[in-house]
Design a protein around this ligand. Sequence first.
Ligand code: FE
Length: 202
Amino acid sequence: MTLHVPVVAAPHLKRLRQFIADLADVIDEGEDEAAVLAAGEVLLKRLVAVDDWLPEAYAQPHPDHYQQYLLHCDSRERFSVVSFVWGPGQATPIHNHTVWGLVGILRGAERVESFRTDTNGSLTLTDDSVLRRGEVEAVGPDIGDIHRVSNGADGVSVSIHVYGANIGAVRRSIFRPDGTTKTFISGYANPTLPNLWNTSEP
Ligand code: FE
């Protein structure tokens, strides 16, 4: 008699591993921010085009607020890869990044409101758009670094973000409606990371 052991399909983490290797190659080239964003956009579009690699533990919403799960941080903290998970109606405050960033939509949709600061310090809305599954958008000090992101779908949305630093450790700013700012360091929701390096798995 043959014993049938149930097999749970392993997520295809090799896609994430390949993305990280390809992005490290791009950064090794030492190009400027615009070149990194252009090349990174191509890579991130490829990563979010297929939704079979993100482990469920990093796609879990929180009932009260969005979640920010670190998936990988470069050993020299030159970049980090994060999954953002949005329950219905959840949103960030208006914030900046201080480093380049790319946002790619894996599931659902995301509304992105972009702002610029005027000389008197007030904020002006410059764009309000919805990113849909498979789409990628860039942010950064050279191209517009202040935005508010919210869930643009009825159910749970998941987006994959890439930043030019260990973003959870970066000191940055929240912009309040009264015109004042507050410094924050976001951290991450997860105490452990996906194991990308078990290459004996298919
Ligand atoms: Fe952001």
